[in-house]
Design a protein around this ligand. Structure first.
Ligand code: HSE
Length: 334
């Protein structure tokens, strides 16, 4: 399978590293996954024999893929001109405009490419348009990595729980705020732990998106649309962040057998993100950077998944599973 990677930040490089490290394993079990182009804001590398290890090194050292050496070609030109099966769109997530990812995804479909993305912005703002465009051009669109990182959630609900009615979804979908609340519970102050979360590389480029609950809001919109067939955007979510939670509030909650968590939920068609009191022994009480989601279903009843919601390799795990799934679908068709 021929792959274009658009965006070579933490996630793009994480995928490249995994494809490089697992090359033999993948070849033996699923076939070849060849990266035939990588683009970032500086330009692109295009070729049948891209040295992924070198590409990662160059980007990490100089910040620019063009120093590989590559060529001055924009991401859109790469999407249009390079012969490939799949575009992996992993540019930074923009929750205001969804760009440039939205255009990259639409142009990929128009130019005959399937798309895998981890990008929350376009999905939370233009879900319907993107799904309709994929359908119009008969292309596959997968985005497991956009919610919960490595934690299986979208594909779990759509495939493993297929046939169930998903009645509600409730969970912790932001690792940064969960880390902050966990550390504040241990007595550390907000600013110190926010700094730590940034150093862990899990916070958004603009950590206000984490703290304010917007990142969680984007994720529950994606789940509501992808799993429950709703037609929501981020404007439909009632959002409250963790700005006002103090170590004292956590201490008092603890004394009564509770903790405070930033919970995103979809219940009766309503989308809400807010800090909630959660019993200490609840399965939703996961610590540190972990994410958790609880599905309430008609047949399977309650199903809970826990996993790592962020990180380069963790997110690459979800992207890789989407790539493998597309490869199988293409092979079954032909
Ligand atoms: N900033 C996000 C988080 C990254 O903390 O969960 C993964 O979407």
């Amino acid at each position: 399978m021929r792959i274009i990677i658009i965006g070579f930040g933490v996630i793009g490089r994480g995928l490249a590293k995994v494809l490089y490290k697992k090359r033999e394993f993948l070849r033996k079990n699923y076939g070849d996954f060849n990266v035939v182009a990588i683009a970032d804001r500086s330009g692109a590398i295009i070729g049948e024999d891209i040295d992924l290890k070198r590409a990662i090194e160059v980007k990490e050292k100089s910040g620019k893929i063009i120093n590989y050496p590559g060529i001055e070609k924009s991401s859109l030109e790469v999407i249009k001109d390079v012969d490939a099966d799949v575009v992996v769109e992993v540019t930074p997530s923009n929750l205001d405009t969804g760009e440039p990812a939205r255009t990259h995804i639409i142009e990929s479909f128009k130019h005959g490419k399937h798309v895998v993305t981890a990008n929350k912005g376009p999905l939370a703002l233009y879900f319907k348009e993107l799904m309709e465009t994929a359908k119009r051009y008969n292309k596959i669109f997968k985005f497991e990595a956009s919610v919960g990182g490595a934690m299986p959630i979208i594909n779990l609900a759509k495939e493993t729980l297929a046939g169930n009615k998903i009645i509600s979804i409730r969970g912790i979908l932001n690792g940064t705020t969960n880390y902050i609340l966990t550390k504040m519970e241990e007595g550390l102050d907000f600013e110190t732990v926010l700094k730590e979360a940034k150093e862990l590389g899990i916070a958004e480029t603009n950590p206000y998106q984490d703290i304010s609950g917007l990142d969680t809001a984007a994720k529950i919109v994606i789940l509501a649309n992808a799993i429950m067939g709703l037609n929501k955007t981020i404007k439909d979510v009632k959002v409250r962040g963790i700005e006002k939670i103090t170590p004292e509030a956590l201490f008092l909650a603890n004394k009564r057998g509770y903790t405070i968590k930033l919970i995103g939920e979809i219940v009766n068609g309503y989308l809400i993100v807010e800090p909630k009191l959660i019993p200490i022994n609840s399965p939703l009480n996961v610590k540190g950077t972990l994410n958790v989601a609880m599905f309430e279903t008609d047949l399977a009843k309650e199903v809970v998944v826990v996993g790592r919601g962020a990180g380069a390799e963790e997110t690459a795990s979800a992207i890789l599973s989407d790539l493998i799934s597309i490869k199988k679908m293409i092979e079954n068709e032909s």
